[in-house]
Design a protein around this ligand. Structure first.
Ligand SMILES: Nc1ncnc2c1ncn2[C@@H]1O[C@H](COP(=O)(O)OP(=O)(O)OP(=O)(O)O)[C@@H](O)[C@H]1O
Ligand SMILES: [Mg+2]
Length: 318
């Protein structure tokens, strides 16, 4: 019982335990991954106590033990990949979208970020031999651009039962950043209830943050909150071996005149740049071609490829 785990942590009296649990810190992993400040606020405790509780939770979960590189490699072999239905795009990413990682696609309007999100929500349902994980998807939609019709169309193109395919995608439209952060936690609840969620799409990750925190003076607050959201997503990714796919807008760099990669930058600054395991920049080429550039990855070189968006979905160019 995870609630009893919390009651038995050193430094946690019955009162503190109830406060923690009612603030949502109802498992060791949630406590272990909380910041000292968050816990202080949630349980109305001092800094030293909060530190002690977090450390105890980490200890119980074995998070304070070093692993050898050999063990890490073994763990990494458990990560799986979801195909994008474009061989080009898959190989750019080292075989598709990785589980236990956060993949960010950013780029201009109409470059294909949302289409890729829809395609992945269908592909995750495929059997492994076809590039899927026989899983379900959660789609957190901040822009109102989710289209079940498109899911149906893409599923039919892959000979999936469209009715089943639609049932396997959980969609939530969110209206502000608090709502968006709650949606991530609700996705975790679904997983804990036993739903085989293997993909979480957040489209767009940053738009509401940008809309809500407009002034220069609010930038630090925005980044802090975005950091917490991304941290939540990454924790879910790693804990349940789920792939996270997020979309992001670009903004013009103030000092650049040449169009292309060098003239724009992703929204979200360092917070997002550090959290994304894979970052892909999309732009529109000639004749409907989309150009994808891998700009950041822990073990793959920076490189480019092309794909197209068709009736059937994401595919390689002819
Ligand atoms: N059914 C379809 N068949 C073919 N192409 C389609 C279809 N639906 C959408 N597209 C293509 O996808 C493009 C839109 O891509 P998408 O919505 O993914 O862009 P985005 O990067 O999410 O843009 P934004 O920043 O505005 O959210 C359209 O311009 C069109 O070229
Ligand atoms: Mg979009």
């Amino acid at each position: 019982m995870s609630k009893d785990d919390i009651r038995s942590l050193p430094g946690v009296g019955p009162k503190t335990a109830e406060k923690l649990i009612s603030a949502g810190y109802d498992s060791l992993i949630k406590i272990a991954s909380a910041s000292v400040e968050e816990l202080m606020e949630a349980a109305d405790i001092g800094e030293a106590t909060a530190r002690k509780i977090i450390e105890a939770a980490m200890e119980r979960l074995g998070l304070l033990e070093f692993k050898t590189a050999e063990e890490v490699l073994e763990e990494r072999q458990k990560t799986a990949r979801i195909t994008t239905m474009s061989k080009n795009l898959d190989s750019l990413l080292g075989g598709g979208i990785e589980t236990a990682a956060l993949t960010e696609f950013y780029g201009e309007y109409g470059s294909g970020k949302t289409q890729v999100g829809h395609q992945l929500a269908v592909d995750v349902q495929l059997p492994p031999e076809q590039g899927g994980l026989e899983g379900k998807a959660v789609y957190i939609d901040t822009e109102g651009t989710f289209r079940p019709e498109r899911i149906k169309q893409m599923a039919e193109a892959l000979d999936l039962d469209p009715k089943k395919a639609l049932k396997n995608v959980y969609h939530m439209k969110v209206f502000n950043t608090d709502h968006q952060m709650l949606a991530a936690r609700k996705a975790e609840e679904l997983i804990r209830k036993g739903e085989p969620i293997k993909l979480i799409v957040v489209d767009s990750l940053t738009a509401l943050f940008r809309a809500e925190y407009t002034g220069r003076g609010q930038l630090a607050e925005r980044q802090h909150k975005l950091g917490r959201h991304v941290h939540d997503l990454l924790r879910i990714a790693e804990l349940y071996n789920v792939a996270i796919y997020v979309t992001n807008q670009v903004m013009a760099k103030p000092d650049s005149f040449i169009p292309g990669l060098d003239s724009v930058q992703a929204v979200g600054g360092h917070v997002l740049a550090h959290a994304s395991t894979y970052r892909v920049f999309l732009r529109k080429g000639k004749k409907g071609i989309r150009i994808a550039r891998l700009v950041d990855s822990p073990h793959l070189p920076e490189r480019e490829t092309t794909f197209v968006i068709t009736e059937e979905g994401i595919r390689d160019p002819e």
